[in-house]
Design a protein. Sequence first.
Length: 306
Amino acid sequence: QMQFIAYEEKREDARGCNFYCPLVHFLDLWKISDQFSYDLKPIEASKVVFVTYASSNHFSEARKGIKSMRTVFENKIVFYNLGLWDTQVEELSKVCNLEVRKFEFERFPDFVSELSGYNFKPIIMAEVFREFEHFWIIDTSVRFFDVDPYLYEFYANITLGEIETMAMRHPATHSIFATTHSKMYNYLPMNFSLAKSLEMLEANTIFIARSNFSREAVKWNALCALTSDCMAPAEAYVSCSFDKDRNGKYANCHRYDQSSINIIVSSLLERDGWKRRDRVKDDSMANFNSVIRRDNDEMPLSTPCK
């Protein structure tokens, strides 16, 4: 089944274009094709993995993010090298319980190497999904604080089924419709009235617990990332032109992986009958992390194991 199905209130609303069938090779490799099934397991906070990524021009921001994590966690960090200098990789080797992985751009279509299209993010998400039961996918701008008790309540509510197993909570202050290029809907259709009514959630901070729901979301997101016209249409660009209506009018811009994962997760929630509650304020991540852009640190990393 290589067509994404859009749902609204448990009913099928539309079907997208077929994704290229040979891409199922990647789905099988990452164990996210439909032949795989996952039961949600209880979350052990100490075993949750933090996954982040950066190229050389975002390394100063990444420093601050790693220091933020190491202030409150000893958990494993997986850092994807998107084009770091050798000296930056060496600096990362001084951080306790941090693994550097070089993103293998050569394994994928050429357009994936264009970082401005963000195709790499869903691919990273898919690669780590086959390894870890519970993990965060976070940009270099994410900062953690005051995790007790809010973070542990958040984990508990996912285990209890109160929160979806692919969770985003930071609001983007505009609708999904306002910042999604029309060509994405060819592959990931969505009723425009629904897209206008749902606030987009930022994709800089995503918690994923392995389950059948999250497997499907990761699968469709990866297929979109491996399809040039889906994730990053040639005419798309990130700069927006908003007017007073930030929900019902298209702002002539595109949010790439953020648009795709919002469409996918929203449709799966509609299919499964989740109530359209205020998911932004539902156990909000704002209680224990924040997003601070251009928050750089020039002091080298040095957090050796005790």
